[in-house]
Design a binder for this molecule. Sequence first.
Ligand SMILES: Cc1cn([C@H]2C[C@H](O)[C@@H](COP(=O)(O)OP(=O)(O)O[C@H]3O[C@@H](C)C(=O)[C@@H](O)[C@H]3O)O2)c(=O)[nH]c1=O
Length: 176
Amino acid sequence: MQATETALKGCFILQPRVFEDDRGYFFESFNRDSFERAIGYPVNFVQDNQSYSQYGVVRGIHFQQGAYAQAKLVRVLEGSVLDVAVDLRKDSPTYGEHIAVELSAENKKQLFVPRGFGHGFSVLSKTAVFAYKCDNFYHKKSERGIIYNDPTLNIDWKIPETDTIVSEKDLELSKF
Ligand SMILES: Cc1cn([C@H]2C[C@H](O)[C@@H](COP(=O)(O)OP(=O)(O)O[C@H]3O[C@@H](C)C(=O)[C@@H](O)[C@H]3O)O2)c(=O)[nH]c1=O
């Protein structure tokens, strides 16, 4: 696995080593040892999530606050998405900045989004299956978010506004 730290410290793009042969391919989608070696500290993932979305869906920008903060290791099983991590660590030199990475079933890239970040994605393909590990349990009362089209964050989700599909819950999120 190859790990590349993004412009946001602690946020890594992981590229697994893929073994291809006449049958198809094989890769380790998660190996705790190599993962922890790459990011430099232990992470105890306790919950796996999966979602399916159609083209134009934007989910986010989400995080859980306080004791329920979550780090996430995200990837795409079918289709492709633009995955976005927003640095919400107030003491960070990149506070308020974001990175956007295309993750797809084809490129098999993963993104590690540490605690202290907001996270969201848009669906670029006809449909997409998105899967992620979290290092803390879902806690409804600790859920927070930022509106996807926040003018300060100014994220280009690569979806025309007329095609963008956002949940009612996410449309009520406040500005950065
Ligand atoms: C996230 C989550 C949701 N749910 C429930 C709550 C709700 O009824 C239903 C759908 O939830 P949401 O609309 O919040 O799902 P979604 O918009 O897909 O939320 C996810 O978005 C991405 C961008 C993230 O980063 C995730 O951490 C998570 O916040 O599933 C759980 O039971 N467990 C969970 O861990």
